[in-house]
Design a protein around this ligand. Structure first.
Ligand SMILES: [Zn+2]
Length: 248
């Protein structure tokens, strides 16, 4: 038995973490307008990957739409690329830059009453303590400015892991969203951060597992998944959709 909402909430979080671990999944860092995260980059320069994704709009009874990302394993292997009868727009791909990061905390512009974020009196932001490895997935940015920022710091410091960074987002629209990466002073990597990297699978492996092509909703010809897998997909979408129900 769990008595008290704090205990119940803690237990729910533990279950979610255990599910994530057993499925070898990892949360993707999501920022909205005005948020920033204090991070350490765990993927060194030779481990960062850039991979193409297909995207598929899923429409839910509530009228909400969700963009489902599907890893593209390349023209010869990818069922979507190879499906000549499929719609053209799903065959298009967009590349994303992917890195493992350790997130110390996220500073939110907007409070979430369901979370116990502490307001920082200096910045007015609501601080979420995270302290775990996550995935940073980002588009290249307009004319590749995001990609170039990572390349620039790698060129300057010869590594991405010798200091903490602030990764921030301003704007919310397709055209006016800007991401920024700001280096802090050089500092020794904390032991807990370094050891968090040991359990992480290679990026290519986890991306294939988290964004599989074989989904009957997307491409019925590829394979039929069990109901359990489908419900896990839904769980993930709801989580990616910041916990909002897709059905009401
Ligand atoms: Zn493809």
């Amino acid at each position: 038995m769990f008595k008290g909402l704090a205990k119940i909430k803690e237990n729910n979080e533990q279950i979610q973490n255990m599910r994530n671990e057993s499925k070898n999944e990892i949360d993707v860092l999501k920022l909205v307008d005005g948020d920033y995260a204090k991070i350490r980059i765990l993927s060194d320069s030779n481990e960062v990957i850039k991979v193409p994704f297909h995207s598929k709009e899923l429409h839910f009874p509530s009228g909400k739409t969700f963009t489902k990302m599907i890893y593209c394993s390349g023209e010869n292997d990818c069922g979507i690329c190879g499906d000549n009868e499929g719609e053209d727009d799903i065959r298009e791909t967009r590349s994303k830059l992917i890195l493992y990061i350790y997130v110390y905390e996220v500073a939110h512009k907007q409070n979430n009453p369901d979370k116990d974020w502490k307001k920082d009196s200096e910045t007015g932001k609501y601080i979420e303590t995270v302290n775990k490895p996550m995935l940073l997935m980002t588009g290249r940015g307009n004319q590749g400015y995001i990609e170039n920022t990572f390349i620039e710091y790698w060129g300057k410091y010869k590594t991405l892991s010798d200091r903490d960074y602030i990764w921030g987002r301003k704007g919310s629209g397709l055209k006016d969203t800007l991401y920024s990466l700001t280096p802090e002073d050089k500092s020794k990597i904390p032991g807990v951060v370094l050891s968090s990297k040991e359990k992480l699978k290679p990026l290519e492996t986890i991306i294939k597992e988290m964004y599989p092509e074989g989904d009957s909703q997307v491409n019925p010809k590829i394979n039929k998944k069990s109901e359990e897998d489908t419900s896990e997909d839904l769980d993930r979408m709801i989580r990616d959709n910041k916990g909002e129900s897709l059905f009401d």
